[in-house]
Design a binder for this molecule. Structure first.
Ligand SMILES: CC(C)(COP(=O)(O)OP(=O)(O)OC[C@H]1O[C@@H](n2cnc3c(N)ncnc32)[C@H](O)[C@@H]1OP(=O)(O)O)[C@@H](O)C(=O)NCCC(=O)NCCS
Length: 149
């Protein structure tokens, strides 16, 4: 069954509690409240949330540096995964980045993160390289991926 469309909003301090909860459940090295507050004050940072009704079920972001959008986060609440929301979130991000003048998007993803790698491949990202041992806690490599608009 096709997923209901998410409603997108730019990330604000009001979204912080819900984002921090999803963040702690989704990542072995979660960003802290301080880091998210810093993102809010950083002009090149573009974070967006995806809502179903009033529920925040996804969020994602990128840094825009010159013509490059560097995707920093794509997260879907565990109970809402595999329904196309990750895809909706990335499509939204890429639209935002394109509107702001990005010519390409880059990201790094944990080598063992099959779900994310599959999602990015479906969105047209291709492998560009690898950073050995990039993730300090697990020692896993980061796979670098790129998509040119
Ligand atoms: C990665 C993540 C955002 C995917 O979100 P999602 O809403 O489940 O993704 P979608 O339902 O839009 O699926 C997109 C594609 O990925 C595939 N996919 C999703 N989860 C998968 C899994 N666990 N294994 C294999 N493929 C998977 C889907 O089948 C779909 O491919 P298809 O179009 O060929 O069917 C989600 O798993 C997540 O939040 N993970 C934790 C945070 C994280 O690791 N983020 C990435 C950081 S780089």
């Amino acid at each position: 069954m096709a997923a209901a469309p998410l409603r997108f909003e730019p990330f604000t301090p009001a979204h912080l509690p819900a984002v921090l909860l999803l963040e702690s459940q989704a990542y072995p090295e979660p960003w802290t409240q301080g880091m998210y507050r810093h993102e809010l004050e950083t002009p090149c940072s573009h974070l967006h949330v995806g809502l179903l009704g009033e529920d925040l079920v996804a969020y994602a972001g990128f840094w825009l540096v010159l013509d490059e959008a560097h995707i920093t986060r794509v997260t879907v609440a565990e109970e809402h995964r595999r329904r196309g929301y990750g895809r909706q979130m990335v499509e939204h991000l890429l639209r935002q980045a394109f509107k702001l003048g990005a010519a390409l998007a880059r990201l790094e993803v944990r080598d063992g993160n099959t779900a994310a790698i599959h999602l990015y491949e479906r969105m047209g990202f291709v492998p560009e390289g690898r950073r050995p041992g990039y993730y300090q806690r697990t020692g896993e490599d980061a796979l670098l991926m790129i998509k040119r608009f």
